[in-house]
Ligand binder design. Sequence first.
Ligand code: ADP
Length: 499
Amino acid sequence: STASSNGAPSFTNVPIIKFTKLFINGDFVDSVSGKTFETIDPRTGEVIARISEGTKEDIDIAVKAARYAFDFGPWPRLPGVERAKLMMKFADLIEQNTEELAALDAIDAGKLYHLCKALDIPSAANTLRYYAGAADKIHGEVLKASRELHAYTLLEPIGVVGHIIPWNFPTAMFFIKVAPSLAAGCTMVLKPAEQTPLSALFYAHLAKLAGIPDGVINVVPGFGPIAGAAVSSHMDIDAVSFTGSTQTGRKIMEAAAKSNLKHVSLELGGKSPLIIFDDADIEKATELALLGILFNKGEVCVASSRVFVQEGIYHEFEKKLVEKAKTWVVGDPFDPNVQQGPQVDKKQFEKILSYIEHGKKEGATLLTGGKTVGNKGYYIQPTIFSNIKDDMLIAQDEIFGPVMALKKFKTVEEAIKSANNTRYGLAAGIVTKNLDIANTMSRSIRAGTIWINCYFAFGDDIPFGGYKMSGFGKDHGLQALQKYLQVKSVVTPIYNSPW
Ligand code: ADP
């Protein structure tokens, strides 16, 4: 059975919540309205803490602080190496607080505590270090405009950036946005997701301790349609960098267009295929497929929610996959033996369950799972549907939960066609030892990341972002810096130029 220690929260790791207010211009402050909202422990549905709720007025104040810090403050004017030093300090402080930060994300988002401690938090420190290393290597080019003209480009920070981030990776999302924009010399207002404000406020505190000047990083928790919309429609924010659902991305782009045409980058939803060919090691392939959909309880934009398996191994693959799914341990995310914690909140929990019901009605075969686990909190069994048709809702919509759509295929052509039969294009996985197949598939699938014989292989230096309705603009890599820079061309005549 998938049930284990669900229901009885282990209080041993539950952190004391130190930061609950908005962080603006270097201080923790109450919201203008004095309003607060609850952040919930998804293991129980109980309140962890009340957080100051930012509204339009608070976003305005935060933008003023960021504007002042950009127009008059030291940050954009510092030599890159000086920005780098402070970013390195910030990274060290994160590492010194790893356990507390891991506990904050675990309790706020239902993420596995031990994985946060081993992976999410240390990786965030390294993301800062990666971009710190780039801070003094941002430069334009000298151009040979013509015989009479000398021209060069400057790469200037874009200005005040608005970051709007989701709840599934509260720490990683914070730093894939904040680190490159810091390196570029921008100032920023970040709105964490209303489900997971806790670690973002802690990071604001650490930024101050590290010596990042006041007004450079402002963190304003609040709700999407209120605080988030105030960011995307603000007249004095120069760029907005968003990660979240495609539906919300569309609203953000619309708000940007209707306000000041701020630059927009969107990292949105996915329905990523994992394609397993006959020559695959079945044991390894089943593990990859399970991890691909169950990692972080399926609350992953690149989750391998569609799994296509070639007919020669299909039967054995399906049998092994279901056996393994049944032994997958769902329960308290602080328990080191648990593999899958609760979904982030009631809304997501109910949305996933309604997709499961829909899958049954559409005529897909429920191979395993489909039910909730325990009697409190937001736990769902690993769920696998087979006999999928490409046009079923559960093969088209991003479910964002532990629900796999499994399908048999015959030929490479058929696999390509199914893989691309989606409005999304975030990632894809291919499992084969055949180089020709791997090459053909990599070129044919319209997605921003292709993983061959692996999945979830991320790196600070590997650009990440979508094709099609999965968005545009890259996070990670030196490419991400481009979102926070603009190119200025400087032109001047030389010798007896007619100009
Ligand atoms: P989900 O529906 O899974 O919570 P969203 O894309 O709505 O995903 O949420 C991602 C982030 O976008 C969160 O910080 C959320 O508050 C914010 N958000 C939601 N709606 C809007 C909106 N209309 N304008 C700006 N930001 C929003």
